[in-house]
Design a protein around this ligand. Structure first.
Ligand SMILES: Cc1cc2nc3c(=O)[nH]c(=O)nc-3n(C[C@H](O)[C@H](O)[C@H](O)COP(=O)(O)OP(=O)(O)OC[C@H]3O[C@@H](n4cnc5c(N)ncnc54)[C@H](O)[C@@H]3O)c2cc1C
Length: 480
């Protein structure tokens, strides 16, 4: 068979974006808007392997319930989350998490304890509620307070999140407060996670103010009162996928191709050739890869083996999310918080149980309740070897013990997220710098997404937009 011919370059410069998750879509939208604003012709193609857009953002609707299989909320204070929603006309759809019922519990020795109020991010900043909390022993409380007088570390070397928190606030505060929250957000092991890559603001607080708590309190005091949103987290009224459908509807100048798994990217002179399984190879002036790092490694291996190795070496965590619907009458315990988290030290396969219909009003009909249980931290965990029925049995056992629910769920929806959460381990920033160096060897190649500079939705949007800016600059610089 003759080798497939690559398409001739179109008149307008071409940009190919690979991956139709939030990073790729945000990048495509930014590029389209930039090209329009500058009246610059640009042929933008977005290739997505799946039949749907959104990547990890997956919302399903059933019997009046709104089920999130992946992310359900995003941080309000990081500007590009709410910022993009507003830009694409979703202002009215932004919904804060429940402000009437707040807070979470932590499970300790099989009992649920209220997480003390006054946490700033992961760290307790109000000593009053901390002193009353049974989550810390008297010594643990004293040790936490010593942060005010302990001298700061002066050298610039990176350290693990666990190492830093233990150094500043003590081992109890780490194990009983910070580790469970960290696990809930990043899914990673705090002893491996890099402080500089994951929570640089905590190191900055120590560096600038001599004490972590002093630094965080100062930051809170400096924040303009009207800048504080009613809730730290927001979502979209009908589900997170409103962001995806909203963005997709606005990509009127982008050729969005679904069912197009990209197999490899190779160089052809100054251009790139993108090979998919289905279409003829696509020749392009610039290519922006927004797939997860492992997929990016596979695509880029023919172009640059060392770059592929660096990408492949970024570790990822796995988890299972299981949404379960119940009659409200079958739930004896009041669901008076956003849910509860289970510290690693409890040794359970269940990580957390979110009370979704309390956390986000409107996610279940009036007389119904929606819970979401998270199980497993890595693919190696036992729970990943079990079939769906066994996983559901584990979750039912958990909600029976902790919430007294003996009834079978009305229905459930299970999703296995394999190698889905990038972990920014020690040395991550150096790795990203090496990736950027390799990328610079291939002018016209760009990378963005959750694996590099932030895993949250606003971070991914920001990174997609950052990369789109670089792509556009290249198009202008080279007079394409
Ligand atoms: C269970 C879970 C819960 C989460 N909860 C939250 C939360 O509450 N709040 C929050 O802010 N963040 C949360 N996150 C993180 C956040 O959802 C992700 O970091 C973010 O959605 C990643 O977006 P992305 O576009 O970079 O990658 P992805 O969403 O992974 O998109 C990449 C896209 O590339 C496509 N692709 C892959 N290979 C190819 C190929 N060869 N060719 C073409 N296309 C390809 C994929 O199909 C996919 O559509 C959660 C993540 C998970 C897994």
């Amino acid at each position: 068979m003759p080798a497939p011919q690559s398409k001739p370059l179109p008149e307008a410069p071409r940009v190919v974006i690979i991956g139709g998750g939030i990073t790729g879509l945000a990048a495509a939208y930014r590029l389209q808007e930039e090209a329009r604003a500058q009246r610059h012709p640009l042929a933008i193609t977005l290739l997505e392997q799946a039949g749907r857009l959104g990547g990890k953002i997956r919302t399903e609707r059933r019997d009046g319930f709104v089920l999130e299989l992946g992310p359900d909320i995003f941080l309000a204070r990081k500007p590009r989350g709410i910022g993009l929603c507003r830009e694409i006309g979703l202002d009215e759809r932004i919904q804060a998490t429940n402000t009437a019922i707040r807070g979470s519990y932590i499970q300790k020795a099989g009992v649920l304890h209220r997480l003390p109020e006054g946490l700033s991010g992961l760290v307790p900043t109000r000593l009053g509620p901390m002193l009353k909390s049974p989550l810390l022993s008297p010594w643990g409380k004293l040790r936490l307070g010593l942060d005010w007088v302990r001298p700061p570390r002066r050298d610039e070397a990176d350290e693990s999140v666990a190492g830093f928190i233990t150094r500043r606030l003590g081992g109890e505060a780490y194990a009983n407060l910070v580790e469970p929250l960290l696990g809930g957000i990043y899914g990673g092991d705090g002893h491996a996670l890099s402080l500089e890559a994951t929570l640089p603001q905590l190191r900055a607080a120590e560096r600038d103010h001599g004490s972590l708590l002093r630094g965080l309190l100062k930051k809170q005091a400096d924040a303009k009162p009207d800048a504080a949103p009613s809730s730290a987290f927001v979502t979209l009224r009908g589900g997170m996928d409103e962001l995806i459908t909203g963005l997709a509807a606005r990509l009127t100048d982008v050729d969005v191709q679904r069912h197009q798994p990209v197999r490899k990217i190779v160089r052809q002179g100054a251009a790139f050739v993108v090979h998919t399984g289905e279409m003829p190879p696509l020749t392009t002036d610039a290519v922006l890869v927004t797939t997860p790092a492992r997929a990016a490694a596979r695509l880029l291996a023919p172009l640059d083996g060392r770059l592929a190795e660096e990408l492949d070496a970024i570790p990822h965590g796995s988890t299972i999310t299981l949404s379960m619907a119940f009659r409200a009458a079958d739930v004896p315990r009041p669901l008076d918080a956003y849910g509860y988290i289970i510290p690693r030290a409890e040794g359970k396969p269940v990580l957390a149980c979110t009370w979704s219909s309390t956390k986000i009003p409107g996610r279940a009909p009036e007389d119904r309740v929606l819970l979401r249980v998270f199980l497993g931290r890595s693919e190696a965990d036992d729970v990943f070897q079990q079939d769906d029925e066994a996983v559901v049995a584990l979750a039912r056992d958990e909600v029976k013990t902790m919430l007294g629910i003996t009834a079978a769920p009305l229905f459930y929806r299970l999703c296995r997220w394999r190698r889905a959460m990038p972990h920014y381990v020690l040395g991550h920033l150096d790795r990203v710098a090496r990736i950027e160096q390799r990328q610079a060897e291939h002018p016209g190649l760009f990378l963005a997404g959750a694996a590099y500079r932030g895993v949250g939705i606003p971070d991914c949007i920001h990174d997609g937009e950052r990369a789109a800016g670089q792509v556009f600059d290249r198009i202008l610089d080279f007079g394409f």
